[in-house]
Design a protein around this ligand. Structure first.
Ligand code: B12
Length: 213
């Protein structure tokens, strides 16, 4: 179990660029979680969110946010293997980060879905045109898009419009900071659903599965 004091210490270690303490906190709690993404969710998301707010308030420098992000990236890379084995090849699914350079959330969602036994293609960081073309080519049924910047989030609507022009139906599932800040935004960008966490992405698949299979 992760305590508020662990999250506070983790955040402090990020700010101090103290990798060893950050790793110690992770290692000492790993055994309590069925999958590492559940632990990282509880440590990384609130810590980086607090640092983002502190940066917004002018209390920390962007360089500190950047270096904190780097340490979290190392943890994610090390602890969330890309698990190539999967049991379920349907629904056909892909995930992308639209334009933005904020990739950690996508990696966590990718890992949670893979850990649940689903096959999922990673389009990595891509633009509207590439995402829509690939989704059609791969006959994707559920398309996950992660964005952390509001302008990128608003461009998700273009993905929907392009897919509509091609007459291609797809369940569009979105997530990331702008959708956590604004509960209605997913409807504005014409998505079918939004998830606040990596585990919610898995729950959303289960909701759509019956209609797709
Ligand atoms: C770390 C960070 C960075 C790092 C990114 C490192 C990396 N490799 O990702 C660096 C320093 C590079 C960076 C740069 C910038 N950043 Co920044 N960044 C952040 C910060 C602090 C944390 C983001 C993060 O990684 N969180 C941890 C991950 C795991 O959480 P997450 O992405 O939210 O994902 C979780 C959920 O949202 C969900 N989820 C995510 N995607 C999806 C998708 C689906 C389908 C589902 C179901 C769920 C889901 O599941 C995940 C796990 O729970 C946020 C603050 C915040 N509140 O988010 C600002 C923030 C996103 N950044 C911001 C800004 C402005 C910038 C810069 C423009 C700063 C600048 N002046 O240069 C640049 C732009 C870069 C770009 N063009 O993309 C703003 C965006 C504001 C806005 N309205 O658009 C924020 C919100 C900070 C703020 N409070 O103002 N940033």
């Amino acid at each position: 179990m992760i305590l508020a004091s662990d999250v506070a210490l983790f955040r402090k270690s990020l700010l101090a660029r103290d990798r060893a303490t950050a790793w110690d906190i992770v290692q000492s709690s790993l055994a309590d979680f069925a999958h590492p993404h559940q632990l990282l969710e509880q440590l990384i998301v609130p810590s980086l969110e607090a640092l983002g707010n502190a940066w917004d308030a002018g209390e920390v420098a962007l360089a500190q946010v950047y270096l904190s992000g780097r340490i979290c990236e190392e943890l994610v890379d090390e602890l969330l293997p890309t698990e190539k084995s999967y049991i379920m090849t349907r629904p056909r699914m892909a995930i992308a980060t639209l334009e933005d350079f904020h990739l950690l959330g996508k990696q966590m969602v990718f890992s949670a879905i893979r850990a649940s036994g689903y096959q999922l293609i990673d389009y990595k960081r891509a633009r509207v045109k590439e995402i829509t073309e690939r989704a059609i080519e791969d006959r994707i049924e559920i398309l996950f898009i992660s964005t952390l910047m509001l302008p990128s989030a608003l461009r998700i609507r273009e993905v929907r419009e392009q897919l509509d022009i091609e007459g291609y139906p797809v369940k569009l599932v979105v997530g990331g900071a702008p959708f956590r800040f604004d509960d209605q935004l997913w409807q504005e960008v014409k998505a079918d659903a939004a998830g606040r966490t990596a585990d919610e992405a898995v729950q959303i698949i289960k909701c759509f599965e019956a209609a797709l299979l």
